[in-house]
Ligand binder design. Structure first.
Ligand code: C2E
Ligand code: CA
Ligand code: CA
Length: 639
């Protein structure tokens, strides 16, 4: 804008200056032309004076004398004009000529009188030759050079005007062209900057409505689209389906491999989700590992099929920087009734998703009836603080047996929550929420207390049954944890050798040096340490070797898959080899059938755990199993 204004000002300035210069030259030229013309008039009058004087001498007459007198008058007038228009030298010239003219008028009067008197020609000739003619000559000598000089000047000025005029025209044309060019450049620059501004504002808008990492729509855009879809559906008989997707094993990847891997994984997951959806459907990232899907025109069956398809896209492992990663998802679906708002539908999908997690189901569709029995994320934390002192936390037990002999080796304690309204809840329903808060310490302590008092009870019955307790990363990484364990062992009078702590590979990997220090402490105390869910945490052999662990538990997903998937079979075999090479006891969990049990035994696996051997159950259920396996209480020990 400034450039345009400057250009316009310069343009007008230059053109104005041109015309001013031109105007001045023209005024000067006009003036000199006027001066030249009055000079010419004076010359002509002088000539008329001379010829009329000569005429009178030859043929005297009143007409000639009057003509001569007229000439003297007009000459004077012309001279007066020269004086008015001319320069200082012109004025000096005029003064001299006027003085001579007065003398001349007197002399011609005397001459004409002599002629009238018919005086001898000699007298008149004498008068003429001595006074009149010399005076005329003097006047002519004064006026002629002046007239010539002024005429010359006038001609020069006119030429100058023409030249200046031409120059000004050229200059104006050039200025105009430069002006037009500058304006065009300024216009282009303006358009370009306006375009850049537009692009920037489009970008800002895009960023405000999209997730930076995956490029998917964010929560705001998702809600906007969902409410549009809801409004539109009021006019059709189709339903809007909203899904909330939570990745199940994403936290492990983030904890063990770092955020960069997590980010790359999320990008790939987003791509797969996007690719598997139909045209009008859309997927958004709500944050963390949570995604949402909107099906604007759907129904229960269609939404379920779409969700299954999304789960399917995750079966193939992800390749992130040459590391193969497995991810599962829990999907909650909610179908919108016409009178609902987006938030309500999203909340329903969220509830369904939590239910899917709690029941290890991939896809759950929301139903109002079930909602009353489902613990939502927020309710969990407040409830759990109350639940622990209220005794709602209980343990289920699952035996680990020797693969060779089938004898009981130990019992794993698995936490359950007897929720007053939701019923019995598995760890998946609340552990993911609890593990991110300090409440997990209370829970760990409670589970340890329950497990050790159970162990104490068995000891009191004369049965020495080792107990295995799962420990969350957050608890493990607390400095005071070994001391807490020591105090609890002492309190219940349980030897440390009867306690095994199962620590997931991913919790160790979230802060290896710290985990190492604490594990060293626990090991020194005589507590057995076991690496749980082995195969999912990407730990190196070198790191495992450095850890004071005695047991390796191969993750149940590989064990469960080994009958049908070569890769799982191979993984189990290599985990076994690795464990044995490091001098560790290897446990296979998730043994669900005879074939797997036999295969594991043949492969040299030390311990087995799984539904095929015994499903996790209450203390009473375990008791039945123990009795069936010849492990009833020793009567003498029971007082
Ligand atoms: P985990 O430590 O790997 O525990 C084994 C899980 O596998 C248990 O699920 C058990 O019920 C299940 N399972 C056992 N045998 C089979 C089988 O043959 N097939 C199948 N499909 N599953 C089998 P659960 O009790 O739901 O526990 C899930 C996870 O929750 C546990 O995995 C553990 O990581 C965590 N957890 C359980 N109790 C506690 C606890 O007291 N504290 C902490 N921090 N975590 C716990
Ligand atoms: Ca475990
Ligand atoms: Ca496990």
């Amino acid at each position: 804008m400034l450039l345009i204004a400057l250009t316009l000002i310069t343009l007008t300035g230059v053109i104005t200056a041109g015309s001013v210069i031109n105007d001045r030259a023209a005024t000067r030229a006009q003036h000199s032309v006027e001066l030249a013309s009055v000079y010419l008039a004076a010359v002509a009058d002088l000539q008329a004076e001379q010829s009329l004087k000569n005429e009178y001498q030859l043929r005297p007459g009143s007409a000639t004398s009057a003509g001569h007198q007229g000439a003297t008058v007009t000459l004077r007038a012309a001279l007066e004009q020269v004086r008015a228009l001319g320069s200082a030298s012109d004025r000096r010239r005029v003064a001299a000529v006027l003085a001579d003219q007065s003398k001349y008028v007197a002399a011609t009067a005397a001459l004409f009188a002599a002629v009238n008197r018919h005086e001898p020609r000699a007298v008149t000739n004498q008068l003429d030759a001595t006074t009149v003619v010399p005076l005329l000559a003097v006047m002519q000598g004064q006026i002629y050079p002046g007239a010539i000089a002024v005429r010359k000047q006038a001609l020069a000025n006119v030429t100058q005007v023409r030249r200046t005029g031409r120059l000004v025209v050229w200059f104006d044309v050039a200025t105009l062209l430069v002006g037009i060019a500058t304006l065009m450049l300024a216009w282009r620059a303006l358009r370009r900057s306006r375009l850049a501004l537009q692009t920037q504002s489009d970008l800002n808008r895009h960023q405000a409505l999209h997730d930076v990492l995956t490029g998917l729509p964010n929560r705001t855009l998702f809600q906007d689209r969902a409410s549009q879809a809801l409004r539109a559906t009021q006019r059709t008989d189709q339903q809007v389906a909203i899904m909330i997707i939570d990745l199940d094993r994403f936290k492990d990847v983030n904890d063990t491999l770092g955020h960069q891997f997590g980010d790359l994984l999320l990008q790939q997951v987003a791509q797969r989700f996007e690719a598997s959806l139909r045209g009008g459907d859309s997927v958004a990232r709500l944050g963390g590992d949570e995604f949402a899907v909107l099906l604007p025109a759907s129904n229960a069956a269609d939404a379920h099929a779409t969700a299954e398809r999304l789960v399917e896209t995750l079966t193939e492992p992800f390749d992130v920087r040459d590391i193969s990663l497995d991810v599962d998802a829990s999907i909650g679906i909610a179908l919108a009734a016409t009178d609902e708002d987006v938030d309500a539908v999203v909340r329903h999908a969220d509830v369904a998703m939590y239910e899917a997690k709690a029941h290890h189901a991939s896809v759950v569709t929301y139903s109002r009836r079930r909602d009353a029995n489902t613990v939502t994320r927020l309710a969990v934390l407040g409830d759990l603080r109350r639940a622990i002192p209220a005794g709602e936390i209980v343990l289920h037990y699952q035996p680990k047996i020797s693969a060779m002999t089938g004898e009981l080796h130990s019992v794993e304690a698995l936490v359950r929550w007897e929720h007053p309204t939701s019923g019995l809840l598995g760890p998946a329903a609340f552990m993911p929420v609890v593990e991110n808060t300090a409440i997990v310490h209370l829970l760990t302590a409670e589970v340890l207390r329950l497990a050790l008092s159970q162990c104490r009870a068995w000891l009191d019955q004369g049965r020495s049954i080792p107990i295995c307790v799962n420990v969350s990363a957050r608890s493990l990484l607390t400095k005071s944890f070994p001391q807490e364990v020591r105090d609890l062992l002492k309190l219940h009078g349980v030897p440390a050798s009867l306690l095994t702590l199962e620590i997931t590979e991913s919790s160790i990997m979230s802060d290896p040096p710290r985990a190492y220090t604490i594990m060293k402490d626990l090991d020194a105390m005589g507590v057995t340490l076991s690496v749980d869910d082995y195969g999912t945490g990407y730990s190196s052999m070198a790191r495992l070797k450095a850890l004071p662990v005695k047991e390796l538990k191969i993750d149940r997903r590989f064990v469960m898959g080994m009958a049908i998937d070569e890769r799982d079979h191979f993984l189990v075999q290599s985990a076994l080899d690795l464990g044995h090479n490091l001098g560790l006891q290897v446990v296979a969990e998730g043994v669900e059938d005879e074939w797997t049990r036999d295969a594991l035994a043949a492969m040299g696996c030390d311990l087995l755990q799984g539904y095929y051997i015994q499903v996790p159950g209450t203390e009473a259920e375990l008791e039945t199993w123990l009795t069936g396996h010849g492990m009833e209480p020793v009567p003498s020990a029971v007082s």
